[in-house]
Design a protein around this ligand. Structure first.
Ligand code: HEM
Length: 136
């Protein structure tokens, strides 16, 4: 079980590296006027987005294995899963925003993306408290 939990934490951490960095690239894309710099940022964003898919599935897969395979659960896990659903939607929405940047149809300012970038930080804070402290 500890191997599965260790792998769960490794892939959660790797997934979060992408969830923190991709919206940061969006902040820069929303400000960028130079077409060459824009193209370079798009290349980085597409590569990162492709890399994040398997990391997300592995993080969620090992979490499900801990829950359904080893029967670890409780009220804390139900609360955690609601934040995991929001996080998964957030990842999906980043893909939608990336396609808008691809089509040069972004409508939002870099300020909006700076706030958008804080969402995964808040979710990680709450989930870490739920899974470590298990308040209920
Ligand atoms: C389908 C989604 C997920 C499920 C079913 C799940 C389930 C679990 C379970 C059952 C544990 C073991 C808890 C224990 O042994 O006390 C665990 C550990 C952990 N999970 Fe998840 N998890 C999921 C997604 C996530 C996500 C998205 C994060 C980060 C935001 C996360 C962060 C953690 C951490 C940090 C631990 C280690 C806790 C410890 O060492 O006691 N999990 N998870």
């Amino acid at each position: 079980m500890l191997w599965v939990k260790a792998l769960h934490i490794v892939f959660v951490t790797s997934w979060f590296a992408g969830l923190f960095y991709l919206p940061r690239i969006f902040v820069n894309l929303a400000m960028e006027q130079d077409p060459n710099a824009y193209a370079r940022l798009m290349l980085m964003a597409n590569k990162l987005n492709r890399f994040m898919q398997p990391l997300a599935w592995l993080a969620l897969g090992f979490g499900l294995w801990l829950w359904l395979g080893y029967g670890i659960g409780g009220g804390w896990l139900h609360a955690k899963l609601s934040f995991v659903i929001i996080l998964t939607w957030y990842h999906y929405y980043c893909g939608k925003l990336l396609r808008q940047f691809e089509a040069q149809q972004n409508q939002r300012s870099h300020i909006w993306y700076r706030w958008f970038n804080e969402v995964p930080v808040l979710i990680l804070f709450v989930v870490a408290m739920l899974v470590i402290v298990k308040p209920f």
